[in-house]
Design a protein around this ligand. Structure first.
Ligand SMILES: Nc1ncnc2c1ncn2[C@@H]1O[C@H](COP(=O)(O)OP(=O)(O)OP(=O)(O)O)[C@@H](O)[C@H]1O
Length: 282
């Protein structure tokens, strides 16, 4: 692993401020009586070079928040900026180009191409865009993710964790301003999951990237710098320097509020926590 001082990134000065920002971000699905308000006037700032986790009960709007911040989904009202560029109102073509240039994505399914080897998968988005990778940066990402001796392997010849590392390298390869990760450890065993979280952490600490991760796992959220908690389409709380225990306790308060019909073992949680009258409004 490289130290921050030795990275090519370290010399690159970035403007301070937010990597992404939203004001009054509202997303409604459907119309009339069947309208679902997935996001309800959300204000959020995603700080540069930080690892932000997004948590909340099922249906609270986590994926919708990520998709609208990334410009993958339109908004019903409000404004979204990626860096200094307001993306709400951009035409689809401009948006596609902006996403391609400035955003990296990691999803639960790695979406690797089976017939391409690891290196080809990593550079595929840039190849499609007709862009040449920054060679120094690419080699640095490959070494940081420990993929040097796996570059000629095809996905089927790699473990799940290695495949996810390739997906991580692919998200980093174009040196995006912002990486969105949706449940990136969801399909992995705990060891491989920890590896991926370590690499996302490394991407922030050593490579100076900005990461936003949606997760259901308090242990995964504990790798972040800041956890945003969503409930019913609103950011209702946040936690700096989270621990798994503190995040779990906070999540249990949602269970109390929502009746927790589906704990992992099929039984409601016995939280022992006092019911809250209302979540803390941020
Ligand atoms: N395409 C859609 N059409 C209609 N309703 C939708 C659509 N996508 C999401 N919703 C609704 O919007 C709300 C927020 O959904 P979202 O997927 O953002 O929640 P989430 O917190 O990511 O949930 P989970 O943890 O279960 O993945 C939910 O009530 C959901 O049913």
């Amino acid at each position: 692993m490289s130290t921050p001082a030795s990275t090519p990134h370290a010399e690159r000065a970035e403007p301070p401020g937010s990597a992404a920002r939203a004001r009054g971000l509202t997303k409604a699905y459907g119309s009339g009586e069947t309208t679902v308000l997935a996001l309800d006037a959300v204000d959020v700032d995603i700080a540069r070079r930080r690892f932000t986790a997004v948590m909340g009960p099922s249906g609270s709007g986590k994926s919708t928040l990520m998709h609208t911040l990334a410009g993958l989904d339109s908004v019903s009202a409000g404004q979204v900026w990626l860096g200094d560029t307001e993306i709400t109102g951009l035409k689809e073509r401009e948006l596609t180009q902006l996403r391609r240039d400035r955003v990296g994505f990691m999803f639960q399914s790695f979406n690797l191409i089976p017939t391409l080897n690891a290196r080809e998968n990593i550079t595929l988005p840039m190849d499609i865009a007709g862009k040449r990778p920054d060679a120094e940066w690419l080699e640095h990402v490959i070494d940081t993710l420990g993929l040097r001796d796996r570059l000629r392997h095809r996905p089927a010849q790699l473990s799940g964790g290695q495949q996810q590392r390739v997906a991580c390298a692919r998200a980093l390869a174009s040196r995006p301003e912002l990486i969105f990760a949706d449940e990136p450890t969801g399909n992995l065993d705990s060891r491989a999951g920890l590896e991926v979280l370590g690499f996302l952490r490394e991407a922030v600490d050593a490579l100076g990237q900005t990461v936003v991760m949606v997760t259901h796992d308090p242990g995964a959220a504990a790798h972040s710098d800041l956890v945003l908690f969503l409930a019913d389409g609103r950011i209702v709380d946040e936690m700096d320097r989270p621990t798994a225990e503190a995040v779990l306790e906070r999540m249990k308060r949602f269970d109390v509020l929502h009746g927790a019909p589906h704990a992992p073992d099929g039984a409601p949680h016995d939280t022992g926590a006092a019911p809250q009258s209302a979540p803390d409004e941020a």
